[in-house]
Design a protein around this ligand. Structure first.
Ligand code: HEM
Length: 253
């Protein structure tokens, strides 16, 4: 009798290695050597963005539910998120091994493509409180990206979930800065959680800073492929905190 059992799972079948390795398709003539690095690094970023969104959803859910160990578990997930963020920042070192001329060798083949259009990056901004209807409107109607952004636009942010949690912990959140000051002064467990938000904020700002420096050293003051002014536009996005209350209270502690 023929064996009808499904084929055993292998490394290649489980991870869809053949499909994965067929997804790097340079556009330049030759192709130019460095275009492979450029494609791989962006794809790796998108995979980590996917994982980050998965973990942000987890922290948010843990902060919103009321189990006995949930804040402890939220801290645990935060640690993973912050470790991934360090990898994302470190990856910029790899791309900085590409010189301006190496990049220019294939840049015009990018047409108007730019990280500016990364919907997962916008989703991360949304969940961290930087929501933008304009960013939703830029995604094509009916696309996966549009649906994902619309969904996240209507969802509570990580900070909303944290404020809900703080209220459940017995603080009056009509005045959030005051509640945070009391936490820092009297409540070590929740002060630690606040510190993880500050780590996250600093980590995202660090990525933005490293990205703009990489852009300056690679394309100088040229305009971006995505249609912005390039480095000057990006300069305007750094030093903008995600959780301003946590920075504002520090001089009062
Ligand atoms: C040689 C490498 C790179 C250059 C020259 C570059 C250049 C730029 C420029 C000029 C912009 C401004 C928007 C525009 O007009 O295009 C931009 C935005 C952006 N890039 Fe890059 N980029 C590079 C690598 C990366 C990588 C590896 C990522 C990872 C996903 C990335 C993600 C982003 C994101 C998310 C934005 C939007 C930032 C915002 O609007 O706040 N970029 N990039």
């Amino acid at each position: 009798m023929a064996d009808t059992s499904p084929p055993a799972v292998t490394y290649a079948s489980y991870l869809k290695i053949d499909e994965l390795l067929s997804l790097q398709q340079p556009r330049s003539e030759g192709p130019e050597h460095d275009e492979m690095l450029f494609i791989v690094i962006h794809q790796v970023y998108e995979l980590w963005f996917k994982e980050l969104l998965h973990e942000f959803d987890r922290v948010r859910a843990l902060l919103r539910q009321d189990g006995p160990d949930d804040s402890h578990r939220a801290q645990h997930v935060f640690k993973r998120i912050l470790t991934i963020l360090k990898v994302l920042v470190a990856q910029i070192d790899i791309l900085e091994t590409m010189t301006p001329l190496e990049f220019l060798s294939f840049r015009r083949r990018l047409d108007a493509a730019s990280g500016f259009q990364s919907d997962q990056f916008r989703q991360i901004e949304f969940v961290l409180g930087m929501k933008s209807e304009q960013a939703v409107a830029r995604s094509p109607q009916g696309s996966r990206a549009r649906a994902a952004l619309e969904q996240r636009l209507g969802q509570p942010t990580l900070w909303d979930a944290f404020v809900e949690y703080v209220a459940r912990e017995g603080y009056d959140v009509a005045d959030v800065p005051r509640a945070l000051i009391t936490i820092y002064r009297t409540d070590p467990k929740n002060a630690e959680l606040c510190e993880r938000f500050v780590d996250l904020d600093e980590g995202i700002q660090e990525w933005r800073y490293r990205h703009v420096k990489m852009v300056e050293r690679t394309i100088g003051t040229r305009a971006g492929t995505g249609g912005s002014s390039g480095a000057p536009y990006l300069q305007g996005t750094i030093n903008r905190p995600l959780f301003p209350d946590l920075w504002a209270i520090r001089s009062q502690l």
